[in-house]
Design a protein around this ligand. Structure first.
Ligand code: NAD
Ligand code: TDX
Length: 349
């Protein structure tokens, strides 16, 4: 029996992690806390919301008193921390919110774990989920390794980098048992349609312009979200305390090539003439400080813990597009804001 606190479980990656843990580990009690920002959507969790080993609590990771209550009530033994502000463009317009949630929220959670565990850290774990963006931006060559120096460039990545440093500081200073993973760009079902792939799928479906930043030549390494959740499961159970593991898809694409693949697949699935979707491509002003290239070397995770991506990109992108086309209501309710009422009707207690 283990009581595990997962933060940010109503978000994109969090919902896949919560579902995996609830379904694969009936002996674990999964307590999901999320304060349901615009990005938190409890509809992502309907498959497991009534499971006996699952509890949802609407809570803010910056709320120390609430965290104290939750640690005491549920006798929390491990934390898997995903809650964050996650969208780079929003961090450019509102950096303070990112500092508050990603830095102060993480620090509040770390400190509560330290206090509640009374420095008795046996069988405890604080697992922090982070991003490859903390390493900055690559040129044409090379990969991010676990010991690549931090060089964050956006307010989002600066806040995530700071949170990573606090996690390591709590390990070094107080002995808190921590593990960190830094992952590349995720894609798949349930991603909020502000991020490139779901935004473009939705715009193509509605014959709206596809806003490509700059020349579309920036490069990202894409990983299917369920492969990330599987990696988190493995690191949670087998990761070495104090260590960092990079997680990536070994799957680099320039934005424009990726967009053209999505356009082609969408033409076929929507039975539109070849080339219809590509005509929607519109080059727009570049993102400020737009990182050129991210590429993860996930060899350590493969060699030490035996994880590698299971899905080829072609299969992943088909699965993803099918999911959005088969879940039009999910998208519609997000676009019109109705998903935010779900909490009030389902969890009004
Ligand atoms: P998301 O924006 O879809 O979800 C974030 C969740 O956190 C939401 O449910 C939101 O309501 C919740 N949240 C935000 N502030 C909170 C607060 N103060 N208290 C409680 N809950 C709060 O994000 P995501 O894409 O699922 O990312 C999850 C984590 O993974 C983040 O830490 C992110 O930095 C990291 N990550 C994401 C990617 C990616 O490609 N999306 C890649 C690598 C790492
Ligand atoms: O409209 C767009 N047009 C465009 O050209 C959007 C939304 C994005 N882009 C570009 C910017 C990036 O080069 O596409 C690329 C991907 O953009 P996002 O989906 O916003 O992701 P990115 O900025 O790379 O960050 C993501 O991966 C790392 C997540 O949002 C982060 O949370 C994660 O840490």
């Amino acid at each position: 029996m283990k009581n595990i606190l997962i933060t940010g479980g109503a978000g994109f990656i969090g919902c896949h992690v919560v579902k995996l843990f609830v379904q694969n580990y009936p002996d674990y009690q999964i307590i999901n806390i999320d304060n349901l920002t615009y990005a938190g959507n409890l509809e992502n969790l309907t498959a497991i919301e009534n499971a006996p080993n699952y509890t949802f609590i609407k809570a803010d990771i910056c709320d120390q008193q609430k965290l104290k209550e939750i640690f005491e009530t549920y006798q929390i033994q491990a934390v898997v921390h995903l809650a964050a502000e996650s969208h780079v463009d929003r961090s450019i317009t509102n950096p303070f919110e990112f500092a508050n949630t990603n830095i102060m929220g993480t620090l509040t959670l770390l400190n509560q774990a330290k206090i509640s565990w009374c420095s008795n850290f046996e069988d405890k774990l604080f697992y922090h989920i982070s991003t490859d963006e903390v390493y900055g931006s690559l040129g044409d060559e090379g990969f991010f390794l676990e010991d690549t120096p931090y060089d964050p460039k956006s307010p989002y990545s600066a806040a995530k980098a700071s949170s990573d440093h606090f996690v390591r500081a709590y390990h070094n200073t107080f002995g808190l048992p921590v593990v960190i993973t830094n992952c590349s760009n995720n894609y798949g079902p349930n991603q909020f349609p502000e991020k490139l792939i779901p935004l473009f799928i939705n715009n193509i479906k509605n014959s709206k312009a596809l806003p490509v930043y700059g020349k579309g030549l920036n490069i990202r390494d894409w990983l299917y979200v369920e492969d990330h959740a599987r990696a988190i499961d493995i690191v949670f159970h087998k990761g070495k305390i104090g260590d960092t593991y990079n997680i990536g898809g070994f799957n680099e694409w320039t934005n424009i090539d990726l967009i053209k693949v999505i356009c082609k697949v969408m033409d076929v699935k929507l039975r539109r003439a070849e080339g219809t979707s590509e005509k929607l491509i519109t080059y727009v002003t570049d993102r400020a400080g737009h990182d050129k290239r991210y590429a993860i070397d996930a060899t350590k995770l493969k060699d030490e813990l035996g994880w590698e991506p299971s899905l080829q990109f072609e299969e992943g992108i088909h699965k993803t597009i099918d999911w959005y086309l088969n879940n039009e209501e999910w998208m519609q309710r997000i676009v019109n804001g109705a998903y935010q009422e779900y909490y009030n009707t389902q969890y009004n207690r």
